[in-house]
Design a protein around this ligand. Structure first.
Ligand SMILES: Cc1cc2nc3c(=O)[nH]c(=O)nc-3n(C[C@H](O)[C@H](O)[C@H](O)COP(=O)(O)OP(=O)(O)OC[C@H]3O[C@@H](n4cnc5c(N)ncnc54)[C@H](O)[C@@H]3O)c2cc1C
Length: 614
């Protein structure tokens, strides 16, 4: 046993277990306490909730705020906006549910000390755009985490959750989770009546633009490792819209956000020859997607599409015209501050590349694809909707409960609800928690039980890579390559290469087809076979192994969904070369999958899209 001979097993009992203490997880933890005064509320996080998740380094804007107190927008408006941006396909019941509650969440943030900028003339929150308000958000996450810390019975930081546990007597009911402490190596068994998965989105599924020494530089947080998808997939929860990966237009090499530039500073883009180019692609895009190109605002994916086509036509690089706006000292300050509160790296990149946006228009790029459920995209778990407005077909129990009993989700985890962002994810955590408390109260005297055989079996599997390394390293004569094991970095690079080349990454100009996808699935299956040979040098590498496992399962789901949807619904996010056009007649629907871990089969089906808002 060596180094880990003294590894303990720690048992934790909870009424509600929240997995992931990011925005949604903090919301779920806070709200669980509100409705469940006497309940045992436990939040488990692989980092430290003080600075974990996609909001770790702060934000400059809250991107989802209605402003109902001033009559600025109504929830219905937000549903229309999200529906339009996602080319018609969103769960309107879930989106409406978030939109009607999100303002109350933002008011709480302000009460807790988050500085929100105000318009000096109106006294209202300073708008960056129709939905965005501007904040001094460097400490956004610590502020939100403090409320969760005070609400929780206990927060377990530094524990990577690897698997969910199922009830030993009732099929399809969750009973808890297992994981390990990434610092001490202790094995943790969480027994819980309800579980809320809030484990964020997925980066590093597709090969990133920055490789080698720049590898950690991605737009979505590099530590977002697809646990939000893999954990539910593995226990048979249905997933939806997993093909709907997102590609972002961002400032080149630093992934600095462009929202404040477009919306607040009123900057605009040009091709390499200083020409406006978007309108040139109007007819071509209309051929592919019909009237969706005439919608306002133009859907995010279609704006990417014009960018990509212009670049393919040899007229790059695309630049953001900042030189005009930056002559105004106020706008210049806002432009820089925008990065200081959120993406300092972009300011550093510009400094290191001699780019002063007052004199040089900086280059833009399109990112590699990411999988997530809270931005201009809506991959994730298929969840039951709110009682008062979800169509019958979308309701099978408790709000935000997945198709597994007692298993809830929020934020990036839940599919079909784009444009929730930080505030909407937190709000969805609150919504899920309220329903989970009700579920726990309704359970009464029949709580789930975990099986010792199951968690001991998982324990062996979880730590096996340490043993593989200990034995296999004796065969290394030089470097890091062993004939007996794969290191997590090798597995990750192999995964990214498969996804990039076969499933529509940057290397393939976001293009794929059924032949490529079929081959991609074969290669993913071979990688899956090799996962039992992973070697981990230490606990840090062991975490990387399990992150890779989660990324791999989520990638397979993305590939299956992409194969199933025989159309190009979101040009600019990806293209099916064998079905280049949007096909509303056959594909104005959600795609659903269910994985069976016993057989390894994936069942695919369509689900109807109900438009409940006119
Ligand atoms: C670069 C960038 C810019 C953004 N800009 C804005 C913006 O300007 N305005 C805005 O409102 N929103 C913005 N967002 C979106 C916002 O950050 C997300 O919508 C939100 O954080 C999603 O919440 P979440 O709880 O689902 O995920 P996260 O907040 O990412 O939380 C997930 C948590 O789960 C933990 N976790 C993951 N796996 C495990 C595991 N296996 N075991 C235990 N814990 C685990 C993670 O460590 C993390 O703490 C931005 C996001 C990014 C990446």
């Amino acid at each position: 046993m060596g180094l880990f001979g003294r590894r303990k097993t720690v048992f934790v009992d909870a009424d509600i277990l929240v997995i992931g203490g990011g925005m949604a997880g903090c919301g779920a933890t806070y709200e669980s306490r509100y409705w469940g005064r006497d309940l045992k509320i436990v939040c488990v996080e692989k980092a430290n909730i003080e600075r974990s998740g996609a909001v770790a380094q702060g934000l400059y804007a809250i991107n989802c705020y209605m402003g109902m107190q001033w009559g600025e927008n109504q929830p219905e408006d937000h549903v229309r906006y999200a529906r339009n941006d996602l080319m018609g396909l969103v769960r309107e019941d879930l989106g409406y549910d978030i939109a009607r509650h999100v303002d109350a969440t933002v008011h709480k943030f302000e009460e807790w000390g988050l500085p929100i900028m105000r318009d000096p003339k109106t006294g209202r929150y300073q708008r960056e755009g129709k939905w965005q308000i501007m904040i001094h958000g460097e400490s956004y996450k610590p502020i939100v985490a403090e409320a969760a810390r005070k609400a929780a019975t206990q927060i377990y930081n530094r524990i990577m959750v690897t698997h969910l546990l199922m009830d030993k007597s009732k099929a399809n009911r969750v009973a808890g989770a297992v994981g390990f402490n990434v610092r001490t190596g202790d094995f943790h068994v969480f027994r819980a009546k309800a579980v809320i998965v809030c484990a964020g989105g997925a980066s590093h599924i597709f090969k990133p633009r920055a490789v080698g020494e720049g590898m950690g530089r991605t737009w979505y947080a590099p530590w977002s490792s697809a646990s939000a998808y893999a954990l539910p997939i593995e226990v048979g929860a249905k997933m939806t819209q997993m093909e709907n990966r997102i590609v972002l237009t961002r400032f080149k090499d630093g992934y600095g956000p462009v929202g404040a530039y477009f919306l607040h500073l009123k900057t605009y883009t040009q091709n390499g020859y200083g020409e406006e180019y978007e309108s040139k692609w109007y007819n071509h895009t209309k051929e592919l997607v019909g009237d969706y190109i005439d919608r306002h605002p133009v859907p995010t994916c279609l704006r990417n599409h014009a960018f990509l086509e212009e670049t393919k036509a040899g007229r790059g690089p695309i630049r953001m015209v900042t030189k005009e706006a930056f002559q105004d000292p106020h706008k210049e300050t806002v432009g820089w501050e925008n990065f200081l509160g959120m993406t300092i790296g972009q300011a550093v990149v510009w400094a290191s590349q001699n780019i002063d946006p007052k004199y040089i228009n900086p280059e833009l790029t399109t990112s590699e694809p990411y999988v997530m459920g809270s931005h201009a995209t809506c991959s994730g778990a298929w969840a039951s909707g709110p009682e008062d407005c979800a169509p019958d077909e979308y309701q099978w129990g408790y709000n935000r409960m997945m198709t597994v009993d007692g298993l809830f989700g929020a934020g990036d985890t839940i599919g079909g609800t784009a444009h929730k962002f930080s505030s909407g994810s937190y709000t969805e955590g609150r919504i899920a928690a309220k329903a989970a408390v009700r579920y726990v109260n309704d359970l009464g005297k029949a709580p789930p039980e975990v099986s010792e055989q199951e968690y001991r079996g998982l324990e062996r599997a979880i730590y096996e890579p340490l043993e593989n390394y200990r034995v296999g390293r004796n065969e290394i004569v030089a470097g890091t390559v062993s004939p007996s094991y794969l290191l997590p970095i090798h597995g990750l690079q192999r995964l990214e290469k498969i996804m990039d080349e076969y499933v529509g990454g940057i290397g393939a100009n976001y293009m794929t087809n059924s032949k490529l996808l079929d081959r991609g699935l074969e290669l993913l299956a071979m990688l899956r076979e090799d996962m039992s040979h992973m070697g981990a040098e230490d606990l840090h590498q062991l975490q990387r192994v399990w992150e890779l496992n989660h990324r791999l399962l989520a990638s397979e789901s993305v590939t299956r969904h992409t194969l199933f949807r025989k159309e190009t619904r979101w040009p600019g996010y990806y293209y099916r070369g064998d079905h280049m056009k949007l096909d509303d007649e056959n594909w104005h629907c959600f795609t659903l999958s269910r994985y069976d871990r016993d057989t390894g089969n994936w069942d695919m089906e369509k689900a109807p899209v109900y438009h409940i808002i006119d």
